[in-house]
Design a protein around this ligand. Structure first.
Ligand code: FES
Length: 150
């Protein structure tokens, strides 16, 4: 039977270094995606203050149109009597995108059946607040939506 030689201290040190390096790499691989998930990336564009949405003749009475307002969706509706209104299309419950429902004559959130009237007030469901209204202006046949003065 052979006697084992005492481990070479420099070899042991090298192995310990490799093992601790692997452990640090493993922990970094676990933590990095979590940190990237929790910290949102920097905004790539400035929020819009006014956007041109459509031509008036493109929005028939009793229809709605989702448009991009900066990084968030907006909702332009034309009521059956022809009035134009616009809102942030983000539900005040859990941020789902709302839509115009011509068959129901209201603004509806599909996530939890939240319902808003055509002025953005909550009719039923879990939304705690009305939709954020935008200002609508028509100029030379174009519909412009802006955040307005707060
Ligand atoms: S997110 Fe709209 S009702 Fe829940």
């Amino acid at each position: 039977m052979e006697h084992s030689q005492p481990a070479d201290p420099s070899r042991r040190r090298t192995l310990n270094l490799l093992l601790s390096g692997s452990l640090v790499g493993f922990l970094a691989a676990l933590v990095y995606p979590l940190v990237r998930y929790l910290i949102p990336p920097p905004a790539s564009e400035v929020p819009a203050s006014t956007v041109r949405v459509a031509k008036v003749e493109e929005v028939a009475p009793n229809t709605g149109l989702i448009f991009r307002f900066g990084r968030r969706p907006g909702l332009l509706i034309r009521t059956p009597d022809g009035t134009l209104r616009a809102f942030a299309a983000t539900c005040t419950h859990l941020d789902c995108t709302v839509q115009f429902r011509p068959d129901l004559g209201l603004i509806w959130c599909a996530c939890h059946n939240g319902r808003y009237d055509l002025t953005g007030k909550v009719i039923s469901g879990p939304p705690p607040r009305p939709l954020t209204p935008f200002v609508v202006n028509v100029q030379d046949g174009d519909i412009y939506v802006s955040q307005g003065v707060s």
